[in-house]
Design a protein around this ligand. Structure first.
Ligand code: HEM
Length: 405
């Protein structure tokens, strides 16, 4: 007789240190779990997570308590026409010619500035000295805000992400989130008002003047969106850049292939998103009873969708626990669009607005880092690990290289 295995608790230290064995058990034996402490159902299989992202019955009403107290109301909470109009108001600068012509130079400048600070040293921590700063500096620059306030922005986005991932409902994290909301409003509202008077060529001015079908954004709408951008665009891309390097450094033959043919950076990024996603879980709230693998999820309940598990579902990907940038079951052409086969940017109407921005940041950052560090390797005796449960990535990534003269 075989007995179904039980996965370690999602809030346990064992899960936090390595969630992947737990994902394997869930995928095989526990496709639907009720978690008393989180007051949430948990799904892990690709098919269930993809349905939760695509089908409108799975609402995002959970963000009313999960995000609104810290951001205010944002597009993540909206649905139907309200969502499509609001998304159209903000999406333009994150794709096409605006991204390429206006913001690629901002991305290149920020990557160069950070790399110039360590290119002669022969050693660097790629997390602390590059990945943590690069995406947030880019957003702050795109918005036309003052980069000398960088530390404040980083503190705010760390607090927002902690609030979002507060699975155990820690009261200190909740209080810090509320404080962040007030501080960010006090900082942003006067700047928004000033930018309405004197618009420039930056993203904040574009948000102030955007209009779709007679709808414009209030000061409060813009402040809430900026708050969302700091968290959605900072922490995620930070972890993505650290993870692509970690994965390549641990697979030197794939690193060499990427170094020799830079067009492979997209493949390496897509596979990194599948194999080690920056966001491991996203929640939904069904508007009706819904049947998923393993049973019915009742109307109004909270459903936690494990992206990190679904991306390694053997029903969807061959050898899911191997990092292979050449895998044939993850097409690169769709990897940064809503037709993506990995689930790391979600799917459907809330598909990540910043996917192409993240792709450009990774392409520019990885290219410049490889040029500056031709023989980059992990510092001796260092074995890289990951940290985080809701969002996850390497805590530190010390490398050595011969400086280019
Ligand atoms: C590798 C980097 C990134 C990852 C893994 C990521 C992941 C995600 C995911 C999973 C969602 C869906 C949330 C849900 O459906 O509940 C999302 C939505 C979103 N992301 Fe990203 N993101 C990344 C980068 C960015 C960047 C750079 C920006 C912008 C600066 C951004 C802005 C947004 C926004 C505004 C939404 C909300 C879209 C909507 O509700 O319609 N993201 N992202």
């Amino acid at each position: 007789m075989t007995t179904a295995r039980q996965a370690p608790d999602i809030l346990s230290p064992e899960f936090a240190s390595d969630p992947y064995p737990a994902y394997q058990v869930m995928l095989a034996d526990e496709p639907l779990i009720w978690h008393e402490g989180m007051q949430s159902y948990i799904v892990s299989r690709y098919e269930d997570v993809a349905r939760a992202f695509r089908e409108p019955v799975f609402t995002t009403d959970n963000y009313d308590w999960q995000l609104e107290p810290v951001h205010g109301r944002t597009i993540l909470q909206m649905s139907g026409r309200e969502h499509s109009v609001r998304r159209a108001l903000v999406a333009g600068p994150f794709r096409g010619s605006e991204l390429e012509q206006k913001f690629r130079p901002v991305i290149e400048r920020n990557a160069r500035e950070l790399i110039d600070a360590f290119r002669h040293q022969g050693s660097v921590d790629l997390v602390q000295d590059f990945a943590r700063h690069f995406p947030i500096n880019v957003i702050v620059d795109m918005l036309g805000l003052d980069k000398s306030d960088h530390e404040r922005f980083q503190r705010w986005y760390t607090s927002i992400i902690a609030f979002l991932g507060n699975l155990a409902q820690d009261p200190d994290i909740m209080a810090d989130g509320a404080k962040t909301k007030d501080e960010l409003a006090a900082y942003m509202i006067p700047i928004i008002q000033e930018r309405r008077e004197n618009p420039g060529d930056d993203l904040l001015s574009a948000l102030c003047t955007a209009e779709v079908d007679g709808t414009t954004m209030s000061d409060e709408d813009i402040k809430a969106f900026v708050s969302l951008l700091l968290a959605a665009g900072g922490e995620t891309t930070d972890k993505a850049i650290a993870s692509i390097f970690r994965n390549l450094l641990e697979h030197p033959e794939q690193l060499e292939a990427v170094r020799a043919d830079r067009s492979l950076i997209d493949k390496a990024f897509a596979e990194t998103l599948r194999y080690t996603p920056p966001v491991h879980m996203i929640m939904r709230q069904p508007a009706d009873d819904v049947e998923l693998s393993g049973g019915v999820v009742p109307k109004g309940s909270t459903l936690t969708c494990l992206i990190g598990a679904a991306n390694r579902d053997p029903r969807r990907f061959a050898n899911p626990d191997s990092f292979d940038i050449f895998r044939t079951d993850l097409p690169t052409e769709t990897a940064f669009s809503a037709a993506s086969k990995h689930l790391s940017f979600a799917l459907g109407r809330h598909f990540c607005v910043g996917a192409l921005l993240a792709r450009t940041e990774v392409e520019v950052g990885v290219n410049m880092l490889l040029d500056a560090m031709p023989d980059v390797r992990l510092a001796s005796d260092f074995s890289p690990g990951e940290q985080g449960v809701f969002t996850r990535g390497p805590a530190t990534l010390p490398v050595l290289f011969t400086p280019v003269m």
